[in-house]
Design a protein around this ligand. Structure first.
Ligand code: NAI
Ligand code: 15L
Length: 269
């Protein structure tokens, strides 16, 4: 199966944890991978180019988007915190990105949304893409904004987007919650590849998780994407149980899907 359907692909947030994990993997998806961040990403290697810039700056975003056919948008504030930086990177930044995509005729975007869009559902519930957002903080609200904005750009301008509500994408699950939310780097790449290559993406919401036995999310509304996870948190279960305490069922971080994010803040600034 060919996974190279775009000549030039933009990866924002290339200096971050997931950007670094995907840098090599995404080269298989394009002829040229354009790396962007406001932080240093090092020198461009073979099959790469670098266009740095701040997402809050429309001129910089225009330059990073111009000439690509598709975008994997990871850049932005990735945790709960003060509203100022979230506003700049995740709200103004995602608007700048879609405006540049519209101007330059980019037709497909994979948007790194987050499970924190629905963090106030309970860990005893299973939700699907039709469940209304219940963000667990300002970060989750900013990702819900990105999902809504991308839906508008699809309805008005036909730009297809996959809003990937990533669970917890790290080398291994760090705690018991992540046994449900874990997404391996290889499965993340499989999921992004599916979003980039499916013939008709439309505007879709898909939960970014591996094939974990315990799950709170039902991806049956995203079958058209063709994502088939091959990893599972289950191989880490015994080790995670051994090194973590019994959950306190009165703790909101244990009750709600968003975990510790439901207790973060308030922040000022
Ligand atoms: P990260 O924080 O390691 O990387 C984010 C990158 O965005 C950083 O390199 C940072 O310099 C860049 N950035 C921040 N503000 C910017 C701005 N104004 N202009 C340009 N670049 C800016 O985050 P990570 O873990 O790599 O996550 C990537 C994306 O995936 C984020 O959007 C995050 O919200 C989302 N996500 C990640 C999850 C995970 O488990 N790693 C879970 C859910 C969502
Ligand atoms: C996120 O949205 C964050 O970007 C990531 O750092 C993790 O905290 C993840 O959610 C999670 O819920 O585990």
């Amino acid at each position: 199966m060919t996974i190279r359907v775009h000549e030039k692909l933009l990866l924002t947030g290339a200096a971050g944890g997931l950007g670094r994990a995907l840098r090599e993997r995404l080269k298989a998806n394009c002829k040229v991978l354009r790396l962007s961040d406001r932080a240093d990403v090092g020198a461009a290697g073979p099959g790469e180019e670098v266009v740095l810039g701040d997402l809050a700056d429309p001129v910089a975003v225009d330059a990073m988007v111009k000439g690509v056919q598709a975008i994997v948008h990871l850049g932005g504030v990735s945790v709960e915190g003060p509203f100022g930086p979230i506003l700049q990177a995740n709200i103004l930044g995602v608007y700048n990105l879609y405006e540049a995509a519209r101007k330059h005729g980019v037709k497909r975007v994979v948007f790194a949304s987050s499970n924190h869009v629905t963090g106030y559902y309970r860990q005893s519930e299973t939700i699907n893409a039709d469940a209304p957002p219940r963000p667990d903080g300002l970060y989750g609200v900013s990702k819900a904004f990105g999902e809504d904005l991308s839906r508008f750009y699809f309805d008005r301008y036909g730009i297809e987007t996959a809003c990937v509500r990533i669970g917890s994408s790290f080398p291994e699950p760090k705690d018991r919650r992540m046994l449900a939310t874990w997404l391996s780097f290889d499965d993340l790449h499989r999921l992004i590849t599916a979003c980039l290559t499916t013939p008709v993406l439309g505007h879709s919401i898909v939960f970014g998780m591996s094939d974990n036995a315990v799950t709170w999310w039902d991806n049956s509304k995203a079958r058209h994407i063709g994502y088939a996870p091959q990893d599972s948190s289950d191989i880490f279960r015994d080790a995670v149980y051994a090194r973590t305490p019994e959950p306190d069922l009165t703790d909101p971080a244990v009750q709600f899907q968003g975990g510790g994010f439901v207790k973060a803040g308030p922040f000022t600034g």
